[in-house]
Design a protein around this ligand. Structure first.
Ligand SMILES: Nc1ncnc2c1ncn2[C@@H]1O[C@H](COP(=O)(O)OP(=O)(O)OP(=O)(O)O)[C@@H](O)[C@H]1O
Length: 271
């Protein structure tokens, strides 16, 4: 499956060339090698899952992609260019947005204001012009509001736009977090366990929104998820990690039939 030409999926989505290429990534925390010489790519338009048992190194990998961690070895390529070591906000400016395993929203702020914070990477007007509330700042504000309203409609959260996030049930908070990440209009969207802690109905909703985002905006998505049913349904390709190593990489079908993956992960009980 690696290295194949651009193609159109059975449901009509366009999978393009390589968007992100992780080459020989090794990440250590003191004596612990969380990622051991792993290579894989993420292609334009695809939904790519990273799975594996607890402690396999999945979150660490997401943190390398989003610039929170810096690998000791290996290269990160994005849109055909080798990325220099960068701070997370610089990575965000490149068009990579993420959600977190534990929701990271401003609980006291409204849904709308939380989503607006996702536009920060698009705000260029300086503080001075913003203070004067003129020209460029005003035009930017209008454009930002329009982008955010579109996402609110898309994720069907109009009814709660003024509600403080702290008052929302868990499933809706997760949806607001997705909205905030989308507000950045990312080229690559990273989702760290988007279904964790959800009931069946909430999982179905979230799955549908992830598929719709990918389909309607063409957003490339990389996600970590423990629910195998969800992973196999959503993903175009899956990377499997175990103790920091890559033990499988391919379509859901290929991964499901990979003996090493079955032994290390699929065959045993997990969360
Ligand atoms: N900041 C850190 N400092 C030290 N060790 C860390 C740090 N982050 C992760 N690790 C270690 O790296 C290894 C991989 O952890 P990581 O959280 O990436 O795994 P994971 O596959 O995401 O696990 P889970 O499914 O439980 O979230 C573990 O041994 C973990 O203890």
């Amino acid at each position: 499956m690696d290295g194949v030409a651009p193609y159109v999926t059975a449901d009509g989505r366009q999978i393009g060339g390589v968007l992100m290429d992780m080459r020989g990534i090794t990440l250590r925390f003191g004596g612990v090698e969380a990622i051991k010489n792993i290579s894989f790519d993420i292609r334009e338009g695809e939904i790519r899952a990273i799975i594996g048992p607890n402690g396999a190194g999945k979150s660490s990998m997401l943190n390398v992609i989003s610039g929170f961690y810096h690998p000791q070895d290996g290269e990160v390529w994005f849109r055909g260019e080798k990325r220099k070591p960068m701070k997370p906000y610089q990575v965000a400016r490149l068009g990579i947005a993420r959600t977190f395993q534990n929701i990271a929203l401003f609980e006291g702020m409204s849904v709308l204001d939380n989503i607006m914070t996702g536009r920060l990477t698009h705000m260029k007007a300086g503080l001075f012009s913003q203070a004067l509330w003129k020209g460029r700042a005003e035009a930017e504000e209008v454009a930002n509001r329009e982008a955010v309203e579109k996402i609110i409609d898309f994720l069907e959260i109009q009814a709660i736009r003024k509600t403080p996030v702290g008052r929302l049930p868990y499933g809706l908070k997760k949806r607001v977090e997705l909205a905030r990440a989308l507000a950045a209009e990312p080229r690559l969207l990273l989702l760290d366990e988007p279904m964790a802690g959800m009931n069946v109905e909430e999982k179905e909703d979230m799955s549908r929104f992830i598929l719709d985002v990918n389909d309607e905006f063409g957003t490339t998505i990389a996600l970590i998820e423990h629910d195998m049913g969800v992973v196999m349904d959503l993903s175009d390709r899956v990377v499997v990690m175990d103790y920091g190593r890559k033990i499988g990489d391919g379509t859901p079908e290929e991964v499901r039939n990979n003996q090493e993956v079955i032994d290390a992960y699929l065959g045993v009980a997990h969360e």
